[in-house]
Design a protein. Structure first.
Ligand code: GLV
Length: 325
């Protein structure tokens, strides 16, 4: 008998075909994710689940899926899954690292540039009929070249940001729990052991750390207070890394110059959230990995993880390898 699989959204056709060759597959075809209640129902006799970061995979869900062997998350982040619980139950969890690194770094840099040079605001200015003349004092932004970039978290994505920054002659600082001397030699980045020092020195601050209990609200009122009034803040990691009320206040009061964010504390952000009233903020709807090429690669990788788990093999990209040791 073929194993059963639930795929919680429409993904690349080839990835789905690959799964369908060996498994009885049900795909959730709606644009919006299945509700938690529907997901509970859908997983009740599955061997494998291909989940998205919008699916909460917790103890109750695992209780509802007694046959579950593998959870393959279509994302590099997996804060939507209770990994400790999965490990306890011998369920392997897979993710999709690597393939989205540069695509994500590209959008972090795109936000950085858009915000610093007020690109989106300028576009609105033109469309609203406000372009009256070449104005020596209108829409002045911050220079990117030769400015100081502070990267929080020099992992795969952080390193790619540093490479892009070098092309703009930026001075790059980084803060991380571990120092990476090789990256310092290769990329000319400078380690700053105290986060507060990086926050007060950098012109641009970009966050690239995973969401963990210890990184929740890593950036809040006191961190924004340390930043320069000309600072540009970028978040393409996870919304809850930042205290969103503090971000709003920092932007509204001119405590910092501007922000570019791809993630929010609750997604989607409510359309009446005060953040959306601010001109000095550019927001995208969690699309950092959304290029045609990368989303296909992620789907293939997630399918490979899923199939390996169904065969009882170690997943090519497993976040809890202790399950099989
Ligand atoms: C997207 O946010 C991911 O974690 O892949």
């Amino acid at each position: 008998m073929k194993p059963k699989v639930f795929v919680s959204r429409l993904i690349d056709r080839d990835a789905l075909d690959m799964i369908a060759e060996v498994a009885e597959i049900e795909v959730w075809g709606d644009e919006l994710p299945p509700s938690y209640e529907v997901l509970l129902e859908k997983v009740k006799d599955v061997d494998g689940l291909l989940s998205l970061l919008s699916d909460r995979v917790d103890t109750t869900l695992m209780d509802a899926a007694p046959k579950l062997k593998v959870i393959s998350n279509l994302a590099v982040g997996y804060d939507n899954i209770d990994i400790t619980e999965a490990t306890k139950r011998g369920i392997q969890v897979g993710n999709t690292p690597g393939v989205l690194t540069e695509t994500t770094a590209d959008i972090a840099f795109a936000l950085l540039m858009a915000v610093a040079r007020r690109v989106v605001e300028a576009d609105r200015h033109v469309r609203k009929g406000q372009w009256k003349t070449w104005g020596p004092m209108i829409l002045l932004g911050q220079d990117i070249h030769h400015a100081t970039l502070g990267i929080i978290g020099l992992g795969r994505i952080g390193i790619e940001i540093a490479k892009r920054a070098r092309g703009f002659n930026m001075n790059v600082l980084y803060h991380d729990v571990v120092r990476n001397e090789e990256a310092e030699r290769q990329l000319g980045v400078k380690y700053i052991s105290e986060l507060n020092e990086l926050l007060s020195t950098a012109d641009f601050i970009s966050v690239h750390v995973p969401l963990l209990p210890g990184t929740h609200h890593l950036i809040g009122v006191s961190e924004f207070a340390l930043m320069k009034p000309t600072a540009v803040f970028i978040n393409t990691s996870r919304g809850p890394m930042v205290d969103q009320k503090a971000l709003y206040e920092a932007l509204r009061s001119g405590k910092i110059f501007a922000a570019g964010i791809d993630v929010t504390e609750v997604e989607p952000i409510s359309t009446d959230d005060p953040l959306l009233t601010l001109e000095n903020m550019v927001i995208t709807p969690h699309i950092a990995s959304a290029s045609v090429h990368t989303r296909r690669n992620m789907a293939m990788m997630a399918a490979e993880n899923l199939l390996a788990g169904l065969r009882g093999e170690v997943l090519p990209n497993c976040v809890n390898p202790e399950v099989t040791q």
